[in-house]
Design a protein around this ligand. Sequence first.
Ligand code: AP5
Length: 210
Amino acid sequence: MAKMDLNLILLGGPGAGKGTQASRIVDSMDLVHLSTGDILREEVSEGTELGRQAKEYMDRGDLVPDELIIDMVSNKLDQDSGYLFDGFPRTISQAEELEDVLEIDKVIYINISKEEAVRRLSARRVCSECGEIYNLLFDKPSEPGVCDKCNGELYQRSDDRPEVIRNRFETFLEQSAPLIDFYRDRGTLVEVDGEREPGEIFEEVRSAIS
Ligand code: AP5
């Protein structure tokens, strides 16, 4: 795959399908996938100081404070390829910090309703080894509890409980939705309807970024 200079953002509420689309995008484009949620979960499971501080916010479905996130992301921006940001930025202040260091080419906003988020996330399972995402309603593994790709064990995220999912959605509306206008004003926003087949969404995303 050719190296890409493109910098993309996947924006959307919980369960919008950011991780699902990110995996398809990096399969076809040489971009560094940077998911702040994945990095934070790794910090939590390794028991680092950052993980310890982040966990209480994540368990409630609140945002981790900007200064922790900005430091964490700054330490990762060391590649010479383009980036696919997934779940970052999530506040205007994070977006302003990011635009000081990188030019963003496109922001894909995947739009779904709160009801759909709760339905999807209550049935999500994730591979503990390779991170592949499944859904017990729409995209089951061939063998229950086992990843089709690597045979790793599937688990349910601790923030995928209905009351936490609802709070994550409210947090998105209050703190992250202002980014929609922020990027619309910069002419980089592409809005896609996230309540369709993943393949159909991917085709629209691909034509928007190519
Ligand atoms: P994060 O891990 O980023 O969680 P999120 O934004 O809530 O998003 P999700 O990972 O739940 O959903 P997704 O959009 O990736 O959907 P997926 O593809 O998995 O963040 C977790 C926490 O970390 C936050 O709450 C916060 O505390 C903290 N945090 C992270 N970043 C931060 C930041 N920048 N600042 C501050 N705090 C931060 O799909 C979901 C399910 O739906 C799957 O089962 C999938 O199979 C299914 N699915 C996907 N697409 C479709 C479709 N089109 N049709 C049907 N099913 C579908």
